[in-house]
Design a protein around this ligand. Sequence first.
Ligand SMILES: *Cc1c(COP(=O)(O)O)cnc(C)c1O
Length: 343
Amino acid sequence: MLPGPVFAAPYHLDPAGWTPGSDGYGRGDNPTRRLLEDAIGELEGGGCLAFASGQAAITALLMTVLHPGDTVMIPSDGYYNVRSFAASTLAGLGITTVEAPTAGPYPPFEGVRLVLLETPANPGLDLVDIAEVARAAHAAGALVAVDNTTATPLSQRPLELGADVVVASGTKALAGHSDMLLGYAATNDAGLLDGMRQWRTLAGAVPSPFDCWLARRSMGTLALRLRQQSANAAAVAKLLREHPLAGAVRWAGDSELAARQMRIIPGLVSFELPSAEHVAAFLRASALVAAATSFGGLHSSADRRHQWGDSVAPGFVRLSCGIEDTDDLLADLTKSLDAAALP
Ligand SMILES: *Cc1c(COP(=O)(O)O)cnc(C)c1O
């Protein structure tokens, strides 16, 4: 239950020398990291490897599974860095990338080696039925991976739904305090787990022992944080729909699939203001919402995704609801949207 001590030193050798299976050097293994991996693995329902960031975990999966001549299917509306990695590194290795929108329709899975899903997708919050895609993809011989960042494993368990492997950023709601980068992969495929572990050791993409300890400590409040974020998001979605300045409000709780596939609706809401200037005015006027390009933290934050190259409108905002008192947050949002509506 406790996060354990921080074994910060990079080596712990017996005076008689190293024996296989002991913690010889921190890149290969570390006891503090193992405690975190045990905790996340228990929630995901599989063996877990912690990484230095979510992107490092995704990279480990892609580089372990894909070989020259293979085809990978990735979301067209998911985390942008995965598309950049595919267009640069994977293309350079002779790996073909096919993009599919999270909500579908999906192209045929024949000839695809790996299907990477992201649900709810960041930033548009579209969903996909993991079990349904896993059945069709498996029938065509493809592996199925799910990026579980937005939902977290307390809300959604892709391995139980038929996915072969989960990858995620722990930077967001899982660690939840906006004070570290962290990633992980989880699977019940022993060969894949070994392959990704070997990639991690060779590439050096490991999180620090202190970050592992912090993340493990933070997981004790994950359920409380998610519940408050989720309740805030439901109230905020309603407020935004009633406010004349906000349009195109999206919230995963609207979807019938969300109730079947997730136990807790994530604390994210997206919406559009008329322009980038309106978003800037909204953020200046808010006392509670920080401008930040992450999400899932204790404090509410908002990101205008167009500035990062996402194919969304200039006034598109991804709002991450924190754990503030709901009435305080609603009052602050009303005040700052009203202020942004003034010429
Ligand atoms: C942030 C994010 C990542 C990348 O995680 P980092 O920890 O920033 O490397 C991957 N997938 C999704 C859905 C994300 O939101």
